[in-house]
Design a protein around this ligand. Sequence first.
Ligand code: ADP
Ligand code: MG
Length: 349
Amino acid sequence: MLENKNNERTSLEKLGEFGLIDHLTQGFEIAQKSTIKGIGDDAAVLNFTDKKTVLTTDLLVEGIHFDLSYMPLKHLGYKAVMVNLSDVYAMNATATQVTVSIAVSNRFPLEALEELYAGIATACKTFGVDLVGGDTTSSKTGLIISVTALGEVEENKITYRSGAKPNDLLVVSGDLGGAYMGLQVLEREKEVFKVNPNNQPDLEPYSYIVERQLKPEARKDIVALLQQLNVQPTAMIDISDGLSSEILHLCKNSNVGCNLYEDKIPLDPTVISACEEFKVDSTMIALSGGEDYELLFTVDQSAFPKIKGNPNLSIIGHITQASEGAHLITRGETKIPLTAQGWNSFGNE
Ligand code: ADP
Ligand code: MG
């Protein structure tokens, strides 16, 4: 819908499985010194020497996690890598390798898989990770893509969800709610397109939020920034589901409570205007809209001078005793319990 598909269609059967793997993975180069052997043997061989290894995996299923009617395959490949790298960075680690496994039906021509792998290649190149393996099989219906990412980190830098303590500052990178509002715009345009296929949508006014949905960027730069500021987060998680659900994960795993201040939640102006247009509350969207892939972390209060005023970071609250619970302090200074859906507007705990 949003991109002109090129018209060439080479059927996958023509290449065979091995030809296909070779074709798709030919341009990938090895950049990490921890990669001893990448694609081409029964298993990859890695050497992380004295560092700890982190490993994470995600499965993306057509119709559940993505809709190919507005998700170009190149973006899907890129995003599939990003969501995994985001988990590696949330451990305060450096991402080093990925594997990519796909199940495809024969409704996909070779050219479609080339697009998918072009996105994977861009992600690998931009973030300096090596594609070191995967698996390829057929599917009767849709496309399934599973990515596993590996990373390395010095033992004393590993950041779990469980290390937050009372009085720590609660910090988030970037801004929130964009990916969800981008999805709302894409869904609306899809409906318009169904009624009138000649009506090409003008997405220009929404380009920031549509990009947030289609082309999320894992926050490698934030891990580097914390390193450079010499700030060791006490706990960290990436925001895949929405701010409030991630805050609750941190609080539960660290056995603490928190106060989150509504007026501190970072929102891009285009998110605010899209929320006005769609008649939804922007705080609610930041709290419960997912897929922003920002990092949420806590730091000791002594880190305040290093963090304050940094344009990439917002201090949005602080950690309390577990007995105090997790609350949103609204602009009107009302204290509302946070729930995984955003907040509990009825106020019962
Ligand atoms: P096996 O039969 O041992 O599973 P494969 O023929 O599936 O081996 O894979 C051969 C090589 O190609 C391995 O290194 C494997 O990791 C890699 N590979 C297979 N499919 C993919 C893919 N979709 N993307 C990247 N590498 C792949
Ligand atoms: Mg295999």
